[in-house]
Write a protein that binds this ligand. Structure first.
Ligand SMILES: [Zn+2]
Length: 297
């Protein structure tokens, strides 16, 4: 896992540097922005490598839920870096287009892009195979991200081809503009994903239906409600109320609550922790501020 990450970091760093330098020398904004987009992948991989030991720290008195959210904080910071990088390319390309300062692009831009596409394909293939072998979703996601990079580079190549064939140097900053918009869009996506976790949201609200179904399967457990879930890493931390027959002995009621926990763990894959609160059947709450139930789903 660590070895694969380092291969990816070094391979991407080389390709990104190649494109940034070539972009500057050849005067191709599209190649430069492609290089900056690859640089953002390098930063992402490095942040994952740095955050991993923090994420893996066992829970302690200060952080009883562990420290997995370090990853989301890192991603948030990263999203700002990528966002401003995207804005920078956008401003540079638009300036070039509007001031008509479009210059001829030299041929080495084409070679750098071809090398970059070949290199990325090899890296993506390597990552995807490793990801399949150890079934790491993070590595697989990374491989998909690299595929998108190949698409970007292919677009750059197409633009460069047209530039040389049809003598239309304006295409270069136009493609750079499109890439910058993609970079900004992905930065916003990273920010939203990270903040959903930091703000105690759930990615997929259908989890509440799963919880209700799992709880109702248990004999003696009624009316699951005030269900709250949030993420610890990619796992669910779940709290819910159930009702049981008010005349049951405590040991029996507790056994039902335990069964509810087991049933939820069986139907949902990544459960970090479940807390079940028991109430006598028909118990009426004061106004409930939080949580999901059949009524509000
Ligand atoms: Zn309740």
């Amino acid at each position: 896992m660590l070895r694969t990450s380092w291969v990816s970091v070094l391979g991407n760093a080389f390709l990104s540097l190649l494109k940034i330098v070539t972009g500057i020398i050849s005067g191709s904004l599209a190649v430069l922005s492609d290089g900056l987009d690859s640089a953002s992948d390098v930063f992402t991989s490095i942040i994952i490598l740095i955050a991993t030991p923090i994420i893996n720290r066992p829970p302690n008195a200060k952080y009883v839920y562990g420290q997995e959210k370090a990853e989301n904080i890192a991603s948030t910071i990263l999203s700002f870096v990528i966002f401003f990088m995207g804005c920078q390319i956008l401003v540079a390309s638009l300036t070039k287009i509007m001031r008509h300062t479009v210059t001829e692009v030299s041929l080495i831009a084409v070679w750098a892009t071809v090398i970059s596409i070949a290199g990325k394909l090899l890296l993506a293939l390597f990552q995807f195979q490793q990801g399949k072998r150890i079934n790491s979703s993070m590595l697989k996601a990374n491989a998909i991200n690299m595929r998108n990079d190949v698409i970007i580079s292919a677009g750059v190549l197409l633009g460069l081809g047209c530039t040389f064939l049809f003598k239309m140097p304006i295409l270069d900053p136009i493609i750079a503009t499109l890439i910058s918009l993609y970079v900004i869009y992905s930065a916003i996506g990273i920010f939203k994903d990270a903040n959903l976790v930091l703000m105690d949201g759930v990615k997929d609200t259908s989890v509440y239906n799963e919880i209700i179904k799992a709880a109702e399967k248990v004999p003696g457990a009624y009316n699951p409600h005030r269900i709250r879930s949030r993420h610890v890493g990619n796992m669910y931390n779940i709290v819910l109320d159930i009702e049981v027959d008010g005349n049951l002995p405590l040991a029996e009621a507790h056994r039902i609550a335990q069964n509810v926990e087991d049933s939820i763990k069986q139907s949902i894959d990544n459960v970090y922790d479940i807390v079940v609160h028991i109430e006598p059947e028909g118990f009426v709450h004061e106004a409930e501020k939080y949580g999901m139930s059949k009524d509000n789903l």
